[in-house]
Design a protein around this ligand. Structure first.
Ligand SMILES: Cc1ncc(COP(=O)(O)O)c(C=O)c1O
Length: 365
């Protein structure tokens, strides 16, 4: 008989293992389908950057060698891209890795983390593994940020404040003026983690500007990922920009080879792929217009989106998701929002298939 339970660190049994959406293979198997439309993980409908694919092919013969543990070339490419010092860049095995590293570096039991709600689940996960307390601050009814409530949730125990813009799953942004208002009022011990996973999809005139002034604030950490705009979710690579001192501590906690060598090369190449970036942005803009119009036609609310996905108020999200799945369309529900589904923008054909299926589902109610 194993007596594991009483040896596990306190709090671990409270963590729900991450539940990813069904994979396309699982869905095909479950419903006997040959083709599925996968719109449940905010991936890039256009696929990976072709320049990244070429770099991956070139690197394959070197897989018997360990990666560069410091991801030096990739960090140089990122530093050049953003106009920051190389020491201001940390590369991660996805931005998930960096969220966990920040939690492990900064959080003690009883420390507090402030995050919007609903938002990306990994912020609370990082807090949970360190036994920190999470304060979830609801977005307003229209899913915009309530910065006064965020400020009010911060106290002397607060170490991390997560601000996800555009926010997952609502695709709404934090305005530049709201960020400035918050930074003026947040105490020195707080790290403000701006999760910019979908930032490049937004053209909003009031979106946060990630300039030298913002990044010079030692409290600011900006997170980016290659999983969305660059279409490299399967490779796992992301990065953070912050004051080098922040990374000097995080680097003590980081695994020595946290970014594999294929990912390092592919990500550096993807950054140079201006054409893929532009096409991905343009496709998201066009898809946004498509879904907004489709929502009007269906008589449902589409939360105005600044990302590569949209939140649709369909009513009964669980039933809608199931009914869509049975028709081969995978979307995401949950997030504590019982009436909304989150739909990632697919190819034009996939978007049309999704709306056709949704029309049927809503008509059958
Ligand atoms: C807001 C946000 N941040 C971070 C991530 C994680 O990205 P990565 O694939 O780089 O770990 C996601 C992925 O869905 C996300 O939605």
């Amino acid at each position: 008989m194993l007596h594991i339970a009483n040896r596990v660190r306190p709090g671990i049994d409270q963590i729900e293992p991450y539940q990813p959406g069904l994979t396309d293979d699982e869905l095909k198997h479950r419903y006997g389908l040959t083709h599925v439309v996968k719109l449940n993980a905010n991936e890039n409908a256009l696929g990976p950057s072709p320049l990244a694919l070429a770099a991956i092919r070139n690197e394959l013969a070197m897989l018997h060698h360990y990666p560069d543990g410091a991801s030096e070339l990739l960090r140089q490419a990122i530093a050049q891209f953003h106009g920051v010092a190389v020491d201001a860049v940390l590369a991660g095995n996805g931005s998930d890795d960096i969220i966990k590293l920040l939690s492990e570096t900064f959080l003690d039991p009883g420390d507090e983390v402030v995050m919007p709600s609903p938002s990306f689940s990994q912020y609370a996960f990082g807090a949970a593994i360190m036994r920190a307390t999470v304060r979830k601050v609801p977005l307003r009814d229209d899913f915009t940020y309530d910065v006064e409530a965020i400020r009010a949730a911060v106290n002397e125990r607060t170490k991390l404040v997560y601000l996800c813009t555009p926010n997952n799953p609502t695709a709404t942004i934090l305005r530049r003026s709201e960020l400035a208002w918050l930074l003026e009022r947040l105490p020195e011990q707080v790290l403000v983690v701006l999760d910019l996973a979908y930032h490049d999809y937004s053209l909003h005139p009031e979106r946060v500007v990630e300039d030298a002034v913002l990044l010079a604030d030692p409290r600011v950490v900006a997170l980016h990922t290659f999983s969305k705009l660059y279409g490299l979710a399967g490779l796992r690579v992301g990065y953070g920009l912050a004051h080098p001192q922040v990374w000097s501590y995080v680097n003590r906690v980081r695994e020595p080879f946290n970014v594999n060598r294929v990912a390092q090369r592919a990500a550096a190449a993807a950054l140079q792929d201006e054409e893929h970036r532009r096409r991905s942005q343009a496709h998201a803009q066009a898809s946004r217009t498509y879904y907004e119009q489709a929502a009007v036609d269906l008589g449902i609310w589409a939360v105005p989106s600044e990302a590569n996905f949209v939140l649709l108020k369909t009513g009964d999200a669980a039933a809608t998701t199931q009914a869509l799945m049975a028709r081969g369309v995978m979307v995401r529900a949950g997030f504590g929002l019982s009436e909304y589904i989150r739909v990632t923008f697919g190819t034009d054909e996939e978007n049309e298939a999704c709306i056709a299926a949704l029309r049927e589902v809503l008509a059958n109610r």
